[in-house]
Design a binder for this molecule. Structure first.
Ligand code: ATR
Length: 267
């Protein structure tokens, strides 16, 4: 049976096996998809062992996406822009990498949520790897402008320097934010700690849309804050499924249907 896997540490929480097996079942395709907890000090060895043992493709999650990028012989343009790889496969004995996170986010917004991006004023909260992985895809949708706000302002400025060649982007701290935004994306890890960035009032209203790249059983503090102001909200479950669909297409050459799976995972 063709063998696939997701590498992470920790990885026990990953829903990727369930998602990829469900996609494959849409065409009665059989595959195995396992979770591999790579040692923090030997991701490269773990990946090599997997492909040596007839591994066909692998996803990569926290904290290994940057290491995966460094391991690849070739990467797609969007992975190079992200500086990170979440999808690996081999061709001619060489390791190739892509990053499907940005495409997953944009597909979820455009096709599942019906949230337009063109000409919108977009605010992205956070400036870590998660943000670097999605800015390029957001820019490709021609928003009016993207503002990246972060607790550590210098990290936001570094990201803006990387992406200023491909679209209008500016950087600031949370306290410097002013004016209204059409779309606010929370890509900080504050939600993990049950927290949210300290945002000034007036950033969103009932016409705004707020997306948290995290997902869980309960709305995150950021989404509760957004709902309280009447904004439309969504969590990152749709992005999770859509980035997986994009990886699935790279490996198998056909695009699975996602809507039903998103609904069933939510229940
Ligand atoms: P990831 O790969 O998930 O982006 P990361 O690179 O560690 O992880 O980045 C985490 C992001 O969440 C950063 O933008 C971080 O802000 P700093 O750059 O200032 O560290 C942000 N973050 C984490 N906890 C936060 C909190 N409680 N409030 C605001 N921002 C927070």
């Amino acid at each position: 049976m063709p063998r696939y896997a997701v590498f992470g540490n920790p990885v026990a929480h990953s829903r990727s096996p369930q998602i990829h097996v469900a996609f494959a079942a849409q065409r009665e395709q059989s595959l195995s998809y396992e979770r591999i907890e790579a040692p923090l000090d030997d991701f490269a060895g773990s990946v090599a062992a997997f492909f040596d043992a007839q591994g066909c493709g692998a996803n990569v999650t926290v904290p290994f996406k940057e290491q995966a990028f460094a391991l690849c012989s070739s990467v797609t343009d969007r992975a190079r822009q992200a500086g990170a790889v979440n999808t690996l496969w081999q061709e001619g004995g060489k390791l190739h990498g892509d990053n499907t996170d940005g495409a997953g986010l944009v597909t979820d917004m455009l096709h599942n949520l019906g949230w337009p991006l063109a000409d919108r004023r977009v605010l992205v909260l956070g400036a870590g790897g998660a943000v670097r992985g999605v800015i390029g895809a957001l820019q490709s949708m021609a928003p009016a402008a993207i503002t990246v706000a972060n607790r550590t302002v210098s990290r936001a400025q570094t990201l803006a320097e990387i992406f200023e060649k491909t679209g209008a982007i500016n950087a600031c701290g949370f306290a410097d934010l002013a004016g209204r935004f059409d779309l606010v994306i929370n890509a900080t890890s504050a939600s993990l700690a049950g927290d949210m960035p300290p945002l000034p009032p007036g950033l969103v209203d009932a016409g705004s849309q707020c997306y948290d790249m995290m997902y869980g059983d309960e709305p995150t503090p950021f989404l509760r804050w957004a709902s309280a102001q009447g904004a439309a909200t969504a969590d990152g479950l749709g992005m999770l499924v859509e980035q997986a669909a994009e990886a699935f297409m790279i490996w198998h050459g056909w695009r699975p249907v996602t809507a039903e799976l998103i609904a069933s995972l939510r229940n």
